[in-house]
Design a protein around this ligand. Sequence first.
Ligand code: SAM
Length: 266
Amino acid sequence: MRRRQLIELHEQPWFPTFLRNDVTDTLQYGFNLSQAYVPVAPLLLGALDSTGSGAIVDLCSGAGGPWVGLARRIQWKTADAHILLTDKNPNPAAYANAQAGSTIPLESHHEPVDARHVPKELQGFRTMFTSFHHFPPHEARAIIQNAVGSREGIGIFEVPRRAPAAMLLMFLWCLAPLLFTPFIRPFRWSRLLYTYLLPIIPLVLLFDGVVSCLRAYRPAELREMIENLKATDYQWETGELRGAFLRPPVTYFIAYPRGDSGAGPH
Ligand SMILES: C[S@@+](CC[C@H](N)C(=O)[O-])C[C@H]1O[C@@H](n2cnc3c(N)ncnc32)[C@H](O)[C@@H]1O
């Protein structure tokens, strides 16, 4: 199955902000409930240990993605441990909600941050959950090169995969909000209206979910992407983590500066 760039509805400039926020709030709740990204915790902890930094700059955060649940699993010990949520379309109400539920400092940047040009002053290990597939190959490579150019680590994690099973899962995934939407905070009547009466949110989740799978990068493509990067002292790891019971596999890519100056990417 060839990768296709296509478009997702929630990323379109004409898509109403309140609906985009409802969609990303639903993703945030769903990812924390399903703990879909829990298997990446040891990888992240290992990378943070190697860099000696506890600061994380999360890009394309939406409503915070899986961070509330994941932070509990990581429990890193450095004094500067904190996560900064950022997005091209910041969602302050969702950030406040995620901060209230977090066991470690969860901060947020209320100015738009484009993942392709991260301001130098935002220092820390960069993470991207369920968002790298948005970018075509030249922009995706530039995101990694930008992290390398700033001597920062980067971790990319994706549940969407270019596989029929992952696409089928999207049909279940879009029905799940029918069960949990009343519990999502901050409470908004619009979310109930557009889930139950006019089910726009489930339909957007289905459409964008299937498109996300068709746009997803495979580990071999991620490996190819970094082959020509200008980075001689970086440690690279990419692959697929098997999901635990009822959890989908997660594609990952992790890069961080090596302490010694070793050979090129591997
Ligand atoms: C599918 S949502 C993922 C949100 C979150 N990481 C999660 O796991 O729930 C993708 C997010 O990427 C953001 N986004 C899209 N293009 C971006 C860009 N160029 N820079 C920063 N954020 C971007 C969108 O605003 C949206 O919130």
